[in-house]
Design a protein around this ligand. Sequence first.
Ligand SMILES: CC(C)(COP(=O)(O)OP(=O)(O)OC[C@H]1O[C@@H](n2cnc3c(N)ncnc32)[C@H](O)[C@@H]1OP(=O)(O)O)[C@@H](O)C(=O)NCCC(=O)NCCS
Length: 135
Amino acid sequence: MIHIEQIAPHLTWPIRYQVMYPEHDLDFVKIENDDEGIHFGLYYNQKLTGIVSVFNEGKVYQFRKLAILEEAQGLGLGKKLMEAVIEYCKLQKAENLWCNARANAKDFYKRLGFKETETVFFKDGYDFIIMDLDL
Ligand SMILES: CC(C)(COP(=O)(O)OP(=O)(O)OC[C@H]1O[C@@H](n2cnc3c(N)ncnc32)[C@H](O)[C@@H]1OP(=O)(O)O)[C@@H](O)C(=O)NCCC(=O)NCCS
């Protein structure tokens, strides 16, 4: 019923756009170094339902643009996808995993062990806080 696998970058774009930035367009959600990232897709009942993208510089890893389709939010899928990302980073011997968290998702990340940093900012209409996890 739930399956997580690595996916091609372009498969993340429609869900990024639909869930995170529907007020923009598909080009807006493309990341310039998407080709250098590792992208994971969560399939729920064989439908691509969640996506997240991981980038690294040495042993420091960042995940970006985690999104679960609206109709499937609150079912534990975001947590499962993040657990897979954390597991992947540990296998890569990463030391730290961080993200620019939307302020309204802060508690979701806290439940996964992420800690708030002091860096907060406003971008593209949203408040963000940098959060990180020592691995
Ligand atoms: C944030 C998001 C990824 C969470 O995924 P999800 O599948 O809905 O969350 P889950 O069902 O796995 O939730 C896991 C736990 O976190 C809690 N949780 C989920 N979203 C939360 C939020 N925004 N704030 C606080 N807690 C939250 C759930 O209640 C659940 O708690 P439990 O373990 O005690 O039952 C998803 O709601 C989403 O895509 N939102 C829109 C895009 C977005 O904001 N992405 C994050 C950008 S940084």
